[in-house]
Design a protein around this ligand. Structure first.
Ligand code: FMN
Length: 234
């Protein structure tokens, strides 16, 4: 690769960020297929390629949103209803430690600050939480599932595939938001998808054209220095 090509690859990677407001503009199915084809060059342990992707648009997308938003609203009404929904795997730790909890807080309050949501403003927080289940208005939802028979390593494989999807989308002028928020509602999601019982929801990605006017999309998150997270041994 020459320097210009390196710069383009780097730019696709570094310009990707989570977008939480999308335009009402459809994405060509052929472009989505292209993205998935490119992304499927991701490595996977012994080339198992354990990913399955449901590309959801149109009426199916609306049905998904309606059912999951209704479930979340029900939980707001009666919090004990949350007991019937569990993640299939624990994405986050039960007990948080520094520095991760600090970064998590900084991230949350940074986003809320931009949206003018202060501590204790539960209704505003709930409204923002619900935006997850409205896909932040993205016209496309990608639901990534894996066969339950596969090991935890398959989730690594799928994660690599997802990152490829997000970067390939970025290179085509599209934006994304990876979403673990849907995982709690996997029984509803899998039902709407018509997915077989042996599948498990791993992650959802909202895909579409970013709304350049929306303040939420100006949220750019920091990263720690390479020196802080790397150890060079010789
Ligand atoms: C697996 C995964 C799940 C995530 N789930 C959500 C989510 O449910 N809702 C959301 O708004 N952001 C979600 N995010 C986005 C993160 O908050 C975001 O990646 C992080 O703050 C870094 O910001 P950036 O993506 O803009 O670089 C998720 C990210 C990952 C990798």
């Amino acid at each position: 690769m020459n320097t210009e090509q390196v710069a383009l690859v780097d730019d696709a990677i570094t310009s990707r960020h989570s977008v939480r407001a999308f335009l009402d503009q459809a994405v060509d199915a052929s472009m989505i297929k292209d993205i998935l084809r490119v992304a499927s060059r991701a490595p996977s342990g012994t080339n198992t390629q354990p990913w399955k992707v449901y590309v959801v648009t149109g009426n199916k997308r609306q049905e998904m949103i309606d059912r999951v938003v209704a479930a979340q609203l029900e939980i707001y009404e009666s919090p004990e209803m949350a007991n019937q929904y569990h993640e299939t795997f624990a994405y986050y730790p039960e007990t948080w430690i520094s520095p991760y909890i600090d970064r998590r807080r900084e991230n949350g309050w940074g986003l809320y600050g931009l949206l003018n949501i202060q501590k204790g403003e539960k209704e505003k927080m709930a409204t923002q939480q619900l935006r997850n289940y409205q896909l932040f208005d993205a016209p496309v939802a990608l639901y990534f599932t894996v066969n339950k028979a596969m090991g935890i390593g398959s989730k690594m494989d799928i994660s690599m595939m997802i990152q490829n999807v997000m970067v390939a989308a970025k290179a085509r002028g599209l934006d994304t938001c990876p979403q673990a928020a849907w995982n709690h509602f996997h029984p509803i999601v899998l039902d709407v998808l018509g997915a077989p019982d042996d599948e498990e929801l791993v992650c959802t990605v909202a895909l579409g054209y970013a709304d350049p006017e929306h303040i939420v999309n100006t949220f750019i998150t920091p990263r720690v220095d390479v020196d802080e997270f790397s150890v060079f041994l010789d």
